[in-house]
Unconditional design. Sequence first.
Length: 256
Amino acid sequence: MSVAEQIFAPARTPLKAVTPSDGPRWQRRYVRALIVTDIIVVGGAMACAQMIKLGRPITARDPASIYFSVLSVIVAAIWLTLLAAYRTRSPRIVGAGVEEYRRVVSATLATIGVVAVALMIFRPEYARGYLAVAFPLGLAGLVVGRNICRSYLARQRRRGRCVVTVLAVGDARAVRSLVQSLTRGWGYGYSVVGVCLTGRSSGGTIDIPGVGTLPVLGDEGKVHDAILKTNADTVALTTTDHLGPEGVRELSWDLH
């Protein structure tokens, strides 16, 4: 696993990320776009399945159409709720890697499970063939929709937009490794704008082979000042032994 992937999944790595703000505005816009895309895809899948099942448009007002329309809204609401519950739109995983797709599939399987239990308990007149069309169609649409959004995001990142600026904190060796990894994994959208090195005072630069130089903004005690200076979105702690649990906790409180 690369360092870039580790930042996206901090719970499974010793590398720690502390976010001093609610995140860049582009992240919130991107998440809203994903929400709209998911609503269109899920709603479209349920509508298509209904039209295939009944052989008539969803605007029909006969009892069967109304019955299926109500049930379709309920299933769509469950599906969208589980997509949110599984954090499929978390800024930490969207845009690169397989975790986003894995969560979308997991949320869809959970929806199938919930609906299956409801069918067993309430036994509504809800054809299984109808769901056999809706779920595969919706899942395919969700994956395609995410892929389209990713393609747009990748184009923006190639232009240096839609990136999360990072302040790297730690010893020189670990910081160099982090910056090189993030540069190789540019699709994750992390860009290091400055570093705080253990035992170093503010001033000077650090050379990153294959990348260039970055400004040294002090040691771990100058993180808050460095954030104000660079306007970084995220702080990446590459080594925390010298800080200890209390030091990491205090730093996290200072940045919130």
